[in-house]
Ligand binder design. Structure first.
Ligand SMILES: [Zn+2]
Length: 269
């Protein structure tokens, strides 16, 4: 219901879709959704959604650019089961920025990161571009679906992407994230005022038993070559906070995709 309503409102996003900000967000958070498979955004992306004719089952047929959504072999999300224990070092999270800008992409609320939020893992350093949430979670953990899933989309010097994932359960209010929820009213296609937020407190500072596997963006064009880095220990947000999010976007989760024998590993516990 909400999603069809969003489709009607996307003309605003289409108007602004050529902006540098939204171009940055293309991929895991590209703009646009619509009622007609033929329609496309000003950025040239064919519009897609989470239900009906433009929903996940049809993404691959909406545009040749989205073919990987159908014929890719390492697609995300997945059901994370039986990770192989490696004992390898966990990622070193060094998120330090204290501001952000919330952008309503038409599919989710993207908290765009300034420079400086870095993670080092497997000898590579990634820098956060933006963070967003899916309600409910997209990846499953041993068949369990959490109430929400945070994705921090990170890029390295070779333009390779990783997504640092943290699951969310309903519980105590999360004070660190409240400035994000306070900015949730930004209009579709619009970018809010700069907000003060402490990125170091948004994510676990020292994740343990981190799970890693190869995958893809979970939205069209479903680009592969994405390194997934999942903290299996969920954090909490309150019912009220999650309801604030759901009032803007709900059920923006792609169904789980086949594993196709890909390796899943787990760092030191
Ligand atoms: Zn995502």
């Amino acid at each position: 219901m909400l999603l069809s309503a969003l489709g009607k409102r996307t003309s605003v996003a289409v108007t602004l879709a050529g902006s540098a900000t939204l171009a940055l967000l293309a991929g895991c958070s590209s703009s646009g959704s619509a009622d007609s498979p033929e329609s496309s955004t000003a950025s040239g992306r064919v519009e897609w959604s989470y239900s009906g004719a433009t929903g996940p089952q049809n993404w691959a047929s909406l545009s040749p650019e989205y073919a990987t959504c159908g014929d890719g072999k390492v697609q995300s999300p997945i059901d994370i089961v039986n990770p192989k224990q490696t004992g390898n070092p966990n990622p070193v999270v060094a998120y330090t920025a204290t501001q952000a800008t919330v952008v309503n992409s038409g599919h989710d609320l993207d908290m765009v990161s300034p420079a400086g939020n870095k993670m080092t893992i497997n000898g590579k350093t990634y820098e956060v571009e933006e963070a967003h949430l899916h309600t409910p979670a997209e990846n499953l953990l041993n068949g369990k679906r959490f109430d929400a899933e945070i994705h921090a989309k990170q890029v390295d010097a070779d333009h390779k992407y990783s997504v640092f994932t943290v699951f969310v359960t309903t519980g105590a209010a999360n004070a660190a994230w409240q400035p994000f929820f306070d900015a949730a009213g930004v209009a579709v296609g619009a970018s809010g005022e700069k907000i003060s937020i402490n990125w170091a407190q948004l994510f676990p500072a020292a994740p343990k038993a981190t799970i890693q596997f190869p995958g893809s963006l979970t939205t069209p064009p479903c680009t592969e070559g994405v390194s997934w880095i999942v903290d299996p220990q969920p954090i909490t947000m309150s019912q009220s906070q999650l309801d604030t999010l759901r009032a803007v976007y709900n059920n923006n989760d792609r169904p789980v995709q086949p594993l196709n024998g890909r390796p899943i590993t787990q760092d030191a516990k």
